[in-house]
Design a protein around this ligand. Structure first.
Ligand SMILES: [Zn+2]
Ligand SMILES: [Zn+2]
Length: 176
């Protein structure tokens, strides 16, 4: 039923588009890419987008994905951000914002703190340079990794205490 509806919609769209199947697929694909990006806060790479898309469009090539991502960037619908891994990451949040990068799992997260335009004015007045933009990246442990660390520390503490406890018992039994 769903398949039938899809075919029917494509057929109707084809008639409206003068039967240009390739053009229809391209905009479909681009819309799908944008949708994926708008529903993740993870700043994915083209490879990630490609993996997701292949579930629905098995024949889609990584080059096609890359080209469409770049078109979306040139249209101002996505931003292309580079971090320390020198790989393109794509961001559907096109407003000026700062990022937090987890040193353990590599997650790139948007920070909900105000973008400080006064910094640019400060640099400009101090140097006489024309400042167009600035970036601030924060590094540390995300909530998940921080909790993992705390859990590991607790486990280590428990093991140490258990072995001390066992030794204590051993000594106590020798004394009697
Ligand atoms: Zn993390
Ligand atoms: Zn972002």
């Amino acid at each position: 039923m769903v398949l039938y509806l899809k075919i029917r919609i494509i057929l109707i769209s084809n008639i409206e588009n003068g039967g240009n199947v390739a053009r229809l697929n391209k905009s479909d694909l681009r819309e799908k890419i944008l949708h994926l990006l708008e529903h993740t806060g993870s700043h994915p790479t083209a490879a990630w987008v490609h993996d997701r898309l292949r579930q629905e469009f098995p024949k889609v090539a990584i080059g096609t994905v890359y080209r469409n991502l770049n078109i979306l960037v040139s249209e101002g619908k996505l931003k292309n951000v580079r971090f320390d891994d020198a790989t393109d990451h794509f961001d559907a949040n096109t407003s000026k914002h700062y990022h937090f990068i987890c040193e353990n799992c590599g997650a790139i997260l948007d920070l909900d703190i105000p973008f400080d335009e006064t910094l640019e004015r400060k640099v400009s007045s101090q140097t006489g340079f024309e400042v167009h933009n600035h970036r601030l990246d924060f590094y540390g442990l995300c909530e998940h990794c921080r909790n993992l660390g705390a859990a590991a520390e607790e486990q280590e503490y428990n093991i140490r205490n258990q072995s001390v406890g066992a030794k204590g018992l051993e000594q106590a039994s020798k004394q009697h």
